[in-house]
Design a protein around this ligand. Structure first.
Ligand code: GLN
Length: 201
């Protein structure tokens, strides 16, 4: 199985390292033929508006949408989560997403004061100890459709819980960056729980 990390902008190298540590072949992808040649994809953290614009200008946007809607397992972290969501709050005018997950996310949801932080999270399907989650100008999930499973959430200062990791069928998204912590359990979850059909095939 070959997993491509969308390499238009963002922390591509860190995802390739995390995936390689899980024992799969991981390659950067930024052309049509490279994207056609992979079994699964990771959309890295970075800047969602930039990644979407570059995907448009390199003529990859529709191909990515098509591969996602045809069931290619895809995992998006942070900006990648935004790009996998069907709807975005606090988007810039005209901001596009690839879509696929029936949810609304809020960009930069944690506010300017709390640009980045780290916390321990319980993640459904990953056993103890908790995940050390790094949030960098992160989104959170405002609302989800019935077909979306919430895997982790965070409680804000008002006591309101917000999903920060979700799954819908072959699609996984996290607000945080497991590729930055050296803990590969979220990537392992993606490989083993979502791409597993391909591994067995
Ligand atoms: N705030 C960024 C965006 O809207 C995401 C930040 C990140 O990926 N670390 O795309």
């Amino acid at each position: 199985m070959k997993i491509g990390v969308l390499a238009l902008q963002g922390d591509v190298r860190e995802h390739i390292q995390s995936l390689s540590d899980c024992g799969v072949i991981a390659v950067p992808v930024k052309t049509e033929s490279e994207i056609l040649g992979i079994d699964a994809m990771v959309i890295p953290g970075g800047e969602s508006t930039t990644i979407a614009k570059l995907a448009r200008s390199f003529n990859l946007f529709d191909l990515i949408v098509q591969r996602i809607s045809n069931g290619m397992p895809t995992y998006g972290s942070c900006a990648g989560m935004i790009l996998l969501s069907n709807k975005v709050e606090d988007a810039i005018t005209g901001q596009e997403t690839f879509g696929g997950i029936n949810m609304t996310v809020r960009r930069n949801a944690f506010g300017r004061q709390v640009d980045s932080f780290e916390t321990d999270l319980k993640f459904k399907g990953i056993t103890e100890p908790s995940i050390k989650a790094v949030f960098i100008r992160a989104p959170w999930v405002e609302s989800t459709g019935a077909d979306v499973e919430v895997l982790a959430q965070i409680t804000d200062e008002k006591g309101v819980a917000h999903p920060v990791a979700v799954r819908q069928a072959n699609l996984l998204a996290t607000s945080f960056h497991p590729e930055l912590t050296g803990d590969n359990r979220v990537h392992k979850y993606f490989v083993e729980q979502i791409c597993s059909e391909l591994v067995r095939g």
